[in-house]
Design a protein around this ligand. Structure first.
Ligand SMILES: *Cc1c(COP(=O)(O)O)cnc(C)c1O
Length: 482
């Protein structure tokens, strides 16, 4: 039975009235711009019950249901709060106005960047190439934009495993061979997830003791030797450029030397800290040597302030990168010209076949601001963390959990209290300041005078933060402490 012509004619999802749609879109754009311009006055707020209920989706799109009103009034006000200048929680980037422009154009184009020959592929290559140069990777390196450092780590470690076990690992699997990887004890959980996902097993991720926040190289060598003697295959070494606990950096040159000696693939987690490459002295030196790694991961959505989400994996040797992922069935075969041209295709460098145009918001940010201005914002965040650290040191009974080396400051509001009372105080301060919209600190465990204490933690990846914001946030902590 064939459908009636009238039923067939009306299935397009385009607006029925473009004039009306256009007017509503203009209004919404104004509201978006208002919100960005007013970001300084709009802290996080909890989502009220009735608003949450209003998100429940109907079975039918109701004609009276005004999408743009819902977007503006029930969705837009309830963000993570990371657009506010006194948001220092976890490691959340701020976003920037250019992101709005890029996302608007990207949504209009709706490009699929898995491959083929079209503009966004060349935009992505330009972003990867720019970053490769900033990081000091050779021009034989390759990369692909991903959701974030978590996915980048999986991709990098897949290539590392292939080097250790040969290309057959893709078809035969790992069998009884036991791979071992090495990382400083403070390594981010993303490394563990990647090791687990690859079937290596997180018991085989050796957590090496650290000295002043850096991998103890002698301990690393001893552990690798012992693993070899026990029949394991040491294959990868994680370095950290910007640890999530205290913002510390491994000595990446020393790790590159030991990786070469021990025949280990060096992967650097530079999720945020890699961007100290753009900062002024002394912070720039923290990530010195990152360009010697076999692979690295970094995020644009943290310390490059680009809207969520976008990260990058860079791999020193393009052949090793492709060897771990390339596999195309015949329906995806490339042609010399036409839409199926444009080789190499990004689907051969990572997990995803269909891929969004993540590159455009990064490209727009860099095109608008350049390395120099972005670097100034990064440098300012390091100054802000140092300022916070100095205020902690000057305030009676406040105490740092670790020296401030980059953009992180972890401290307890009152070290004179017993560990449990201190922890409760710090947790209460964090919650009260979040709920009142004064400032967002997150919390983390750290050692204070030899005891495990829940501390206040600020990770400043926020281009809106000014010195007066740091002062106001710390004043609020002191008032809240009572
Ligand atoms: C955020 C972070 C990760 C994970 O990155 P995502 O972009 O959230 O996937 C890994 N390592 C460090 C040091 C981080 O700060």
């Amino acid at each position: 039975m064939s459908p009636k012509a009238t039923e067939m004619s009306n299935t397009s999802l385009d607006p029925e009235d473009w004039g009306e749609f256009r007017a509503k879109a203009h209004d919404l754009l104004e509201a978006c711009l208002d919100r960005l311009e007013q970001a300084r006055n709009l802290p996080w707020q909890p989502v009220p019950q009735d608003i949450r209920h209003s998100y429940v989706l109907p079975d039918k799109g109701a004609a009276s249901d005004d999408l743009t009103t819902a977007l503006r009034e029930t969705v837009m006000p309830y963000n993570t709060g990371n657009t506010h200048p006194r948001f220092f929680g976890w490691v959340h980037g701020t976003g920037m106005a250019e992101g709005l422009l890029a996302e608007m154009v990207a949504a209009t184009m709706n490009s699929n960047c898995g491959g083929r020959d079209h503009g966004m592929v060349y935009v992505e290559r330009a972003v990867i190439d720019w970053t490769r140069r900033q990081m000091g990777f050779p021009d034989t390196a390759s990369g692909v934009l991903v959701t974030g450092t978590s996915q980048a780590t999986v991709i990098a470690l897949s290539a590392a495993r292939l080097r250790a076990l040969g290309p057959e690992v893709r078809t035969t699997g790992q069998g009884a061979q036991r791979l071992t990887a090495y990382a400083g004890a403070g390594i981010h959980n993303a490394a563990r997830k990647a090791i687990e996902l690859l079937g290596i097993g997180s018991d085989n991720l050796r957590r090496i003791p650290q000295i002043d926040g850096q991998v103890d190289i002698a301990a690393l060598k001893r552990r690798a030797a012992q693993d070899r003697a026990d029949g394991a295959i040491p294959f990868a070494l994680f370095g950290t450029a910007g640890s999530v606990d205290f913002g510390q950096f491994d000595d990446l040159n020393a790790l590159a030397d030991v990786a070469a000696e021990e025949n280990l693939w060096l992967h650097v987690d530079g999720a945020f800290g890699a961007w100290t490459r753009l900062a002024d002295a002394p912070w720039r030196a923290l990530s010195e040597g990152i360009g010697r790694a076999d692979s690295m991961a970094c995020d644009f959505h943290k310390w490059m302030y680009v809207p969520y989400e976008c990260g990058l994996v860079l791999i020193r040797n393009e052949n090793e990168h492709r060897a771990a992922f390339a596999a195309r069935p015949s329906y995806l075969e490339a042609m010399d010209t036409g839409l199926a041209g444009g080789d190499p295709w990004f689907c051969d460098y990572g997990i995803d076949l269909s891929r969004g145009p993540r590159a455009l918001k990064v490209w727009s940010a860099i095109k608008a601001h350049g390395a120099e201005k972005l670097g100034k914002a990064i440098t300012a965040n390091c100054h802000a963390a140092a300022q916070m650290g100095a205020l902690v040191s000057e305030t009676q009974n406040m105490q740092l959990a670790a020296p401030v080396v980059s953009n992180l400051c972890v401290f307890t509001a009152d070290a004179s209290l017993d560990p449990e009372t201190q922890s409760n105080l710090n947790m209460r301060i964090a919650q009260d300041l979040q709920n009142s919209g004064q400032a967002v600190f997150s919390t983390t465990w750290a050692q204070i005078n030899g005891h495990k204490v829940t501390c206040l933690r600020a990770a400043i990846t926020n281009h809106r933060t000014r010195p007066e914001d740091v002062q106001a946030a710390m004043d609020a902590v002191i008032t809240e402490r009572g």
